[in-house]
Design a protein around this ligand. Structure first.
Ligand code: CO
Length: 434
């Protein structure tokens, strides 16, 4: 596969995944196409050496793994972690009354999006709807409205004369509701919205009880640049890392390497990971424990031995240098798009990297013939974090934080490099297979 074919597959993957629930569905399809078996947390597991499995928690976090044929207590787990969620807007629980005849959808801010980038875009809704079944049980279904349904029109410059000097500021309570339709006086906004869900889901509106609905951009991903060397899409942070890790796992040489391989993709990273399905929860440790017991390891000796010999790559995007804003970066630690994967380093452990894990990743890059870069944030700006330090602390597993250079992190339209995506996938294959 060429770098452009691989990037094209990335864009298809992202466009098929307009919410974390859809991302997990997309990942599940690819896993089951390659013989991975679905396990449920409420069943007991019988695992075989060489077997391929996945587990989903609450629809939007997924751990997939291959049981190795090598002894786990001596080899440990090879883990790549990433996140399925992206910052943005989520639909509030109650539909407000129409204002001036216009039905507007109230939204809450999820994580830290660049709000101004949500204006004047062809937005729509995707996520999960919970309802009561005929038998009275709680069921859920995925909703994906493909056409542009919503919009946040900008104020004209004639009413906002200083927008280019002061930047676009949106008042979070009053100026974010999304315009949906004009309704007449005898139409109730709540009923109108439920009917819309009913039409899309074929579920009786009266049975709908609640939802987790994400606002997404309907514009598909694209290549850009004079040599088509860049991609632009929504949610590249962090679906690009999920796609790279999954592609590495599903490589036939990797699958048959005999190592115990794990891809762990979590929801809720953008809001701190502290939930039952987030990286701060018990999901991954539960799965690792169950794998080791199913393969006959003892809790007292063998599992700690396996964990002590495990390694995790925490993959999330890095801040690419944007030459129009040179002062935003540490001048000695700029990282450039299409110059290779980035090892992220922070002495305060906002990133989990230390010299040994850094050196391991660097050596896998060298083995794969891939150039790498090192990033350190400006000292006078607060540094972001990832699932790396959280999982590493929870599991006691040596971890490195890496990721590809990305422009406009947390914009609704982010950009990254075609060659970086190809190269980080190569390095991940090397990590898994060796
Ligand atoms: Co991220």
């Amino acid at each position: 596969m060429t770098p452009h074919q691989h990037a094209n597959d990335l864009l298809a993957f992202v466009d098929q995944s307009p919410s974390p629930w859809h991302a997990v569905e997309t990942i599940e399809q690819r896993l089951s196409n390659q013989g991975f078996q679905c396990l449920h947390e409420d069943n007991s597991w019988q695992l075989d050496a060489g077997g391929r499995y996945y587990v989903i928690r609450d629809g939007s976090s997924i751990v997939s793994f291959v049981c190795g044929t090598q002894p786990l207590a001596e080899q440990g787990f090879k883990i790549i972690g990433a996140h399925t969620d992206s910052p943005g807007l989520r639909v509030k629980p109650n539909i407000p009354v129409a204002m001036d005849g216009m039905l507007r959808l109230a939204v809450e801010i999820y994580g830290g999006p660049i709000l101004a980038t949500f204006t004047d875009r062809d937005l729509s809704l995707a996520g999960r709807v919970a309802y009561q079944s005929d038998q009275g049980t709680v069921q859920s279904g995925l909703l994906h409205i493909q056409r542009p349904l919503l919009r946040l029109p900008n104020l004209a410059i004639h009413m906002n004369r200083s927008v280019n000097e002061d930047g676009l500021k949106l008042q979070k309570q009053f100026e974010l509701p999304l315009l949906m339709t004009r309704i007449t006086q005898d139409q109730l906004p709540g009923a109108y919205f439920l009917n819309l869900l009913q039409e899309t889901l074929s579920i009786d509106a009266g049975r709908i009880l609640s939802w987790d609905l994400n606002v997404f951009d309907t514009q598909p991903g694209s290549f850009w640049g004079a040599e088509n060397e860049f991609v632009a899409d929504s949610q590249l942070d962090n679906l690009a890392s999920c796609h790279a890790a999954l592609s590495a796992l599903l490589d036939e040489a990797v699958l048959t390497s005999g190592n115990t391989l794990v891809c762990a993709f979590f929801d809720h990273e953008e809001i701190g990971s502290d939930s039952h399905k987030g990286a701060g929860g018990s999901f991954l440790s539960d799965v690792l424990m169950r794998i080791s017991f199913s393969l006959g390891l003892s809790q007292q000796q063998d599992l700690p031995r396996a964990l002590a010999q495990s390694f995790m790559i925490s993959a999330d995007m890095a801040h690419a240098y944007q030459p129009n804003f040179p002062n935003a970066y540490d001048p000695d630690h700029k990282v450039f798009v299409n110059q290779g994967p980035v090892i992220k380093i922070n002495a305060n452990q906002r990133y989990s990297t230390e010299s040994i894990s850094c050196a391991h990743f660097a050596s896998w890059c060298q083995a794969a013939g891939v150039a790498f870069q090192k990033y350190s944030h400006r000292c006078d700006l607060p540094c972001g974090s990832t699932i790396g330090p959280i999982l590493s602390a929870r599991l006691g597993i040596r971890t490195v934080d890496v990721g590809n250079p990305l422009w406009a992190m947390h914009s609704i339209r982010e950009s990254a490099g075609v060659y970086d995506h190809f190269n980080i996938t190569k390095v991940m294959k090397t990590f898994f297979a060796t």
